[in-house]
Every structure is written in structure tokens, then in C-alpha cells.
Design a binder for this molecule. Sequence first.
Ligand code: C2O
Ligand code: CU
Length: 623
Amino acid sequence: MAEPLFITDLMLAAIAAGVAVWLAIRAARSGADPRRLRWPLAVTAVVVAARIVVTALLSAGGWVLVDDRVTIGLPAAVVPLTVAAVAAVRGRAVTISGQVAAAGVLISAWLAWVPRDPSGAPAVAAVVAVALTLTAAAAALRRRGHGTGKRSPAVVGALLIVAAVGLLFLPGRPVDSADWGGGPRTTRVPYAADIAQLTGPRGRSADVRFTLTAARGTVRLASGRVVPALTFNGTSPGPTLRVRTGQVVEVVLVNTDVAEGVTIHWHGVDVPNAEDGVPGLTQDAVPPGGQHVYRFVPNRSGTFWYHSHRDSRDTVARGLFGALLVDAPEHDDGEFTLFTHAWPLGKDTVSALNDADAPTRRAVPDGRALRLRLINSSQDPQRIQVTGVQFQVAAIDGNAVHEPGVLPSGTVLLLAAGGRYDVALVMPATTVTVSLHSNEQAATAALVLSPTGLGEPAGDGHGPAFDPAAYGSPDATPPPAAADRRFDLRLDNGFKVSGAGLTFANTVNGRLAPAIPTLMVAVGDTVRMRVTNRGIIDHPMHLHGHRVRVLARNGRPVTGSPWWTDTLNVAPGEWYDITFRADNPGVWMDHCHNFKHAAEGMTWHLAYIGVTAPHDHSGEAAE
Ligand code: C2O
Ligand code: CU
């Protein structure tokens, strides 16, 4: 619902801008005759009214979806437009007020297309007021000096350019993360350390060792198509690493010939900071011929995954990822680890479950308990439908669900990019289909399970949607502690200056990396964050080093089992209140797990006061 409304508003703002230019020209040429302005004023008013209606509809989803529009964006257009309209109705001259109204509508459109940092709202309001006043003054001077001059819109145009430039670069001051949320500041003692000291256990010998060798290779898909890929130990997905909680795990990463360099990030495992695999922040990327040793002790059972964090938009898509299972049985006939992946092939991508881009079949005896470990290694949320059997979602992002309910056959699971669901079911005597629906169409890939190993895939992608916000039942987890710090992040779409020019991007409080401030916390803080998506694309939010608890979606508290996650899909029009405990000192990435968005600047950091980074973490390097 919100997504089409946001798109409609952007379109209406663009139309309003066009109409406003017409209004400006007519106003400058109208002389003292207000009748000549009736049509341009009426049409502009209709378009602006339509924007008001759309904003009202959006506001049903929550104030945070519309606050900027209601406080500055729309008043910038509505106030001067009303003044001009009243003047025209009363038969007064509208040479000046018509031009000011046109300027207001243009500024309003600009504010819709170029998102701002909410903390800079007073400054933006001041700039808008000054720009409108200057427009009025210029139009008045022009009228006095030239009577019914024909070239007057040039004045308006010049002023608008000045205002636009001001609005684009303002506020240009550095922002402290405290500006993004109020709340008391803690007085906790800073933790003094350098990232390089924050390693896993180095003194004792490892309990389990793996070597992961990254190299160029190929992946042959089930359809026979061959993808030029990057592999770990010759395969992609790479080998499944099975470890136990409490074990000292050692992984030697070797890079044979991946020119981009390689690191390994242990997605969802709260490793010590130095083991986190973020190039330019916790280590240097391993060049061809190089190696790096990781050590950590997993502290939670569940389904996790590993992937390179160097040029991830490209290298993960091409295959540098694999599963990391903590406390999974060693030999388990009932286990299926399925990555939903989008393989790059030429200019296209091919959706697949692991390497299966066409239906594949497996024989499973009737009555066997199955665990499907679904991991989304693609950049977009993926829809997975389980048909032919009732089932449970036993875990979300490696966190067991308390008393998971039984979901009907055909339920559709929306899996965040980077997220995991563990599905539990008991094999019936009939056919079960796990199908991947890249959109709401027929399956693009499916796993067909049956006692005979035959059977046709079912599942059309339409079915009841699984909702993790109301699933399972509450357990003994205490209610969330009072917040020591709060951060408020608004995700928007809009034009932004990046490098040389303007790009249409996904912004965080109107900013892109490296301009997004680092969120500062102290050890022991309880942190609350609100993440609001006012854009038109899903953003899977991933904070490294911590799992977060979801408290509410769109203001409605989570019922059922506590919802713990490390990768939270925030869809257009959604806003989440989340909390976590700052208990893992370091400097951590926080980013959108759509790696394309991350590479374009949807990347920032969470840093503990007192922790210093030996590597530069300008944000650019740490993508
Ligand atoms: Cu799975 Cu920073 O990523
Ligand atoms: Cu995103």
C-alpha cells in the first residue's frame, strides 16, 4: 500500500513542478489582471491537493511516514498558493503572490525528491522562508521597475536555483549521532581498546579447523547453464561448516586468484570485532596469494552463513558464500540447506535454490522429520512457498522460535536478503514442494520431495503470508530494558550528490556514506533504534556483531515469541522499533544487505566509545 503511494507522490511532485513553471510565467506576465491566472492557479491547486490526499492516506501508516511532508514539504506549497488563490478570488493583482506560489510549489517538489536529514528541519524551514521572501521581493522590484515585463520568470528561476543549491548542501556541518535521537546519554566509562586487540582466543589451540580457498571457477546450474563464478574450495555455495557452541573455531582463508581480494564475514555470529571480516576496518582484504586466519567461539546454535565482504555486491553474487551451522547434527538425512540465490549470467540473473534453477527431486521416506535451512544470499527479499504439508518456522536468523505454531500448506515465507528461516516438517506420504518465487509468478526454482523421488512441483506463489511479528508464544525473556540511547533512521529515495554528480539513491536521514554519522554507544548500553522506510524499495537492515530484538512494527508491538534477528527486512511504509544490548565492543558495520544499496552508500557504523580503528573506516573502504 505505501509503496504505490510514495511513487504517486513523487510523480505528483514532478507534475506540480511542471505546472508551477507555467504558473510562474503567467504570473509574471499577467499584469494586474488576476483572471489570466485562474487556470494556472486552479490546476496547480488540484495537483497540490492530490499530494495532500496521498499524504493523508500515507499517514494512516504512521506519522513517521509523513512528518517531513506535513511540517515543511506541503506547507511550502500550500501557504503561498492559498495566499495567491485568495488574492485572485478577491480580484486583486497576483503578479507577486502568483510567482511566490510557483516558487513554493517548486521547492515543495524539490523537498519530495531530495530527502533531508530530519535533524536539519529547522534550517530547511528557514531556507524555504528566505527563498520565498526573496522571490516576493524580486518580483516586487521587477514589477515596480518594468511594469508588465515579459522576461520576469528569469528572476524566479535564478532565485530558485540559489534556493535549490542551498537546500541541497545544507546542513553541511558534521552531525553527531546524538542529533539522531534524544534520550539520556550514558555516563558509562569508555572502553579503551584498539580493534586489533579485539580478537578471538589466540592462546589456546583450536578445537576445529577449516581451510577455505577462494578461487575463480564455474558453477553448473541444474538447467545446464554455466556461470563464471567465484568459489570456496571449488564449489559455490562453499562447504558447509559445522561447529559447536563453545568450540574454538579456526578458519584459514586462502585467496588463490580473486583479483578483488577476499575477506570472510560470519553473518549472524557475534564474533569479536577483529574477526568480523570487514576490509578497511577490521582487516585488509586478502590479495591473490595471501591468507588470513580467523578465530572465534560460536555462542549460539543455529543457521548462519559466511560470505566475502570485499566488493560484496559483485563477489557474493558470483559465489563467495557458504553455510555455517552451529550445533547441527553431523550426518543428517533430514537436513536441506537451501540458499536462495540470484546467479549473474551475462546481463541477467538466474534465481535458484543453491545451483538448482529448475525443479529438482529428492526421495524422502514418509514420516521423516525434516529441517530446511533457508538462507537468502541474493540482494532482494525472496518468497518461498512450502506446499503439500503443514510446517513450522523453527528458527529465525538462528534464533529458535518459542512454541512455533503450525502453518498451513501453501504459506509463503518472505526471507530478507541475508536472513534465514529454519523450516521444520514431517514428511507425508505425498509430495512436498519448496518453491522459490522471485515475484508473484510461478516458481522459478523448486525442490520436490516425495517418498518415490518423483512428483510434480506445486505452489503458485499465492498463499497466506508468514508473519514473524505474531508467531509462537512469549517465553521467559524479560521485557526490554529502558533505553540508554535512541537512534532514529529514516530511509528515503531521492537525489543526492555523490562524487561528481547527482544520483538517485537510497538515503539514510538524507545522507549517503561516508556522510552518515557513526552511531556511538558505550559498553552496557541498551540501545533503541527506529528504522522507517519512506522509500519505494525494501531495505534489509543488518547490524554486525549484535542480534537485535524487534519490539514493534508500525507501532504495533510484537506478540508471540520474542523476535530476534540480525537481518530485518524493512519494506516501503514499514517502521520498526528494535533494541539490542551493546555488549560486543568494537567498530561495527551497519548496512543494507542489498549490497547494491550498500555500495551506493547505504552503509554506516556503530562504534563503542573508546575503541579505535587501526584501519581507515571512511565508509567507502568498508563496503
Ligand atoms: Cu552479511 Cu555486512 O554482511
Ligand atoms: Cu537497501
